[in-house]
Ligand binder design. Structure first.
Ligand code: AMP
Length: 114
């Protein structure tokens, strides 16, 4: 069971801000911005590059949920804004082998990212 499956199963506590049949959204335990959420599919897809065509709908759902959560947090307007990040593999910065989208906001974002 992955760490995030344990959060989904309520075996590990998390600050959950959204849940539906296909995903869960909770606050990152080590936030890198004033707002730092993780958008996680309930299906334990290890990482984005290993998703299959069967996962197309859930992948799209995660992005739509990102927009809805951003609206709930009042950061969706283009004068505010947010950043989505997916880390794949060791060089990509992946630590938890369960696909997740980072949603970061509340400070200016640098480009290029580190
Ligand atoms: P990544 O490096 O893309 O795999 O991101 C994993 C993220 O999970 C990191 O930003 C961690 O801070 C976060 N994380 C690890 N354990 C927990 C936890 N128990 N609750 C919430 N976030 C966590």
């Amino acid at each position: 069971m992955t760490l995030f499956e344990k959060i989904i199963a309520r075996e590990i506590p998390a600050d959950i801000v959204h849940e539906d049949a296909r995903c869960i959204v909770f606050r990152d335990i080590n936030p890198q911005a004033p707002i730092h959420l993780l958008i996680v599919p309930k299906k334990p897809i290890p990482r984005v590059g290993e998703a299959s065509p069967d996962d197309e709908a859930v992948l799209g759902h995660l992005l739509l949920v990102a927009g809805r959560v951003a609206e709930d947090l009042r950061i969706r307007s283009i004068d505010k804004g947010f950043r989505l990040v997916i880390n794949h593999g060791a060089a990509g910065g992946e630590a938890v082998p369960h696909l997740h989208i980072h949603l970061l906001a509340g400070r200016p974002m640098q480009w290029p990212p580190g």
